[in-house]
Design a protein around this ligand. Structure first.
Ligand SMILES: [Zn+2]
Length: 342
């Protein structure tokens, strides 16, 4: 998601699950106790960036009167729409980099410390905040120690634990959580005009916008990953070949598929006797689930998450995936591998 004109001027509660966050910010504004720094956190795919952008546009809007929503018509809204509001600063990794450096933070902090170019708030949004280097986070801390009046710093992140504790503690936490499964399902159905495929929301970790993104490719993804896993567990394909198949643009969704498959396997193993948990991918994978070592499955879930973090850095993606798949192939236990052939 980017700070395109369309997203900046969306209402704050365009998504029903943003309602609580909007109410909290509105209450803070009404009571004139608006925080200087907000940590907007929650899982990937719930629209945190859009919320931050809409909140910035709301605060910058000079035509909204008592409403807590950008009017979309005043000069400030026009500037937001054009992506050129002088009091709104976005900090993102530069095009050829994966991290947000200390120099970027210093420039933004200087802008926040200056008098407003117009007459309202000055806002900086750091997205994704966990991309800041340690020195960048330290530089930001200095600004937060003596915040200028009517300034707002928003740190948007799905991994708040990767921020310095001192930085986190200076921010008001604002969580954007996933809606309940029935609410997410109903919303998805309205958006796509179709029934929600079984397993789609699970693969998206319950996050509606992530599910919306995966939906058009879901069938192909499910088919490819089921086949890949069957071949891998049956020992008919080497981890390096399987890793090559997982690479490409769809890699994040394939990792999501794998994690949700492992979660189902774990659920099947801990379910009460007689409870049936359907495992995606047909009878072979269903049989596998019955024999998997549960602690190995838990370890693998951690590994998948670690792999995601590694891939955000400079790690060689295919080697990382290959190492992961070697572990997946060994999931049923060394003796068991050949038994997974259909
Ligand atoms: Zn306006």
């Amino acid at each position: 998601m980017t700070d395109t004109a369309a997203t900046v001027l969306q209402p704050l509660d365009i998504y029903p699950w943003h309602e609580q966050a909007r109410l909290r910010m509105q209450a803070a504004e009404t009571s004139e106790r608006f925080p200087h720094a907000v940590l907007v956190h929650g899982p990937a795919g719930v629209g945190k960036e859009r919320f931050a952008a809409a909140l910035a546009a709301t605060l910058l809007c000079t035509g909204r009167g008592q409403r807590f929503e950008a009017c979309g018509e005043c000069a400030d809204c026009m500037l937001c729409r054009a992506g050129s509001h002088p009091d709104l600063h976005w900090l993102r990794p530069l095009e050829d980099k994966k991290s947000i450096g200390v120099d970027q933070v210093r420039v933004a902090c200087e802008k926040l410390a200056m008098t407003s170019m117009r007459r309202g708030f000055r806002v900086a949004i750091v997205q994704p905040a966990q991309a800041m280097t340690t020195s960048a986070q330290n530089a930001l801390l200095k600004t937060l120690e003596e915040p200028a009046p009517r300034t707002l710093l928003m740190l948007v992140t799905s991994q708040p634990s990767r921020l310095l504790p001192t930085l986190r503690s200076r921010c008001q936490r604002l969580e954007i959580a996933c809606p309940t499964t029935p609410d997410a399902s109903a919303w998805l159905q309205r958006e796509t005009g179709a029934a929600v495929a079984d397993g789609l929301l699970e693969i998206a970790g319950g996050a509606p916008l992530r599910a919306l993104e995966i939906a058009p490719h879901f069938e192909a993804l499910d088919g490819q990953m089921s086949a890949l896993l069957q071949e891998l567990l049956a020992g008919r394909v080497e981890a390096c070949a399987a890793a090559a198949d997982m690479m490409g643009d769809g890699l994040p969704a394939r990792l999501d598929w794998l994690e949700s498959w492992l979660a189902l396997v774990i659920r099947a193993r801990i379910a009460a006797t007689g409870t049936h948990v359907t495992i995606r991918g047909g009878p072979v994978l269903q049989r596998t689930a019955g024999e998997v070592n549960i602690s190995a499955a838990f370890r693998l879930v951690d590994r998948v998450r670690e792999v995601r973090r590694l891939l955000e850095g400079s790690a060689a993606a295919q080697l990382v995936i290959e190492a992961l798949l070697v572990e997946v192939a060994g999931l049923p236990g060394r003796k068991g591998v050949s038994r997974w052939a259909p």
